[in-house]
Design a protein around this ligand. Structure first.
Ligand SMILES: Nc1ncnc2c1ncn2[C@@H]1O[C@H](COP(=O)(O)OP(=O)(O)OP(=O)(O)O)[C@@H](O)[C@H]1O
Ligand SMILES: [Mg+2]
Length: 262
């Protein structure tokens, strides 16, 4: 699935200095940037309302970018429509409403493969091999799937156009621990098959452990960035965004158990 025109490690997706939002007078993104190189897993974390989903939407052409640029393999896609971005090799799985609930599993995959009808059966079969539970449930309505199954379907649908970059907005949100593990394993598997991953996650420690590169977004701006393991062990990042001290240290006790000031 890798593009032969890009060598491993070369920047594939570059979002630079993005400013924009939903209405003219209120910018949600205030100059944030992100780079994903070929074959990488890039993770974006940050508090609720930081602008993570808005960043994903801006990259995919769903939110207007007033300043800054987005390039995909060197092509400027800043003002491109979502279907054009998909045609250039990037798929997106939104945080909510990421499957068609009234359609069956199989029909959802067909919709995902609509850009290239030619090999749709073969690609659908590949997805059902990657996600065996979807094969078992291929006639079931997507709206009746479990949370974990629905995320699997959303990822499979996004993979139908055979993208080289997959943009995932909180794929593990609301899932039980076991399903979270399955989602992370699947993401790792998709990446091993050559797909560059950009993933927004609340499960920050787990996501950073998988990440080659990570970004902490706050107030629509980059707050921290670096290698996944460097962010995991950064005391400030741990304190502010990972809910405690870095590995090795003891977790902070809750405030009321701390020694009272003398
Ligand atoms: N469709 C919309 N119209 C107007 N404002 C919006 C819209 N979607 C989001 N916002 C606002 O943009 C800001 C950033 O939202 P966004 O969804 O990008 O945050 P997030 O970092 O993804 O948060 P979360 O972790 O809760 O998913 C919030 O203040 C939110 O209220
Ligand atoms: Mg979000």
């Amino acid at each position: 699935m890798s593009d032969p025109t890009t060598a491993p490690g070369e920047p594939v997706l570059v979002a630079s200095g993005l400013v924009g939002g939903y209405v003219e007078e209120a910018d949600i993104l205030r100059g944030c940037s992100l780079t994903a190189s070929d074959g990488e897993v890039v993770v974006v974390i940050g508090p609720n309302g930081a602008g993570k989903s808005t960043l994903a939407k801006a990259i995919f052409g769903l939110v207007r970018v007033r300043e800054g640029t987005v390039t995909l393999r060197g092509h400027d896609i800043t003002s491109a429509a979502p279907h054009e971005v998909t045609a250039r090799g990037m798929s997106y799985v939104p945080q909510v409403a990421n499957v068609f609930g009234s359609l069956s599993v199989q029909e959802n995959l067909e919709v995902g493969g609509i850009l290239d009808r030619g090999s749709i059966r073969e690609r659908m079969d590949r997805m059902m091999t990657l996600f065996p539970r979807l094969r078992e449930r291929r006639r079931q309505r997507a709206g009746t799937l479990s949370g974990g199954e629905r995320q699997m379907l959303a990822m499979a649908r996004a993979l139908m156009p055979d993208p080289s970059v997959l943009l995932l907005d909180e794929p593990s949100a609301g899932l039980a621990p076991r399903a979270v593990g399955e989602v992370f394993d699947t993401v790792a598997e998709i990446n091993e098959a050559g797909v560059t991953i950009v993933m927004i996650e609340q499960n920050a420690r787990r996501a950073l452990a998988l990440a080659d590169r990570g970004y902490v977004l706050e107030g629509g701006q980059n707050r921290f960035e670096g290698a996944g393991d460097a962010l995991l062990t950064d005391p400030q990042v741990a304190e502010l965004y990972l809910g405690g001290t870095t590995s090795g240290g003891r977790p902070e006790p809750p405030p009321r158990e701390r020694a009272a000031p003398s």
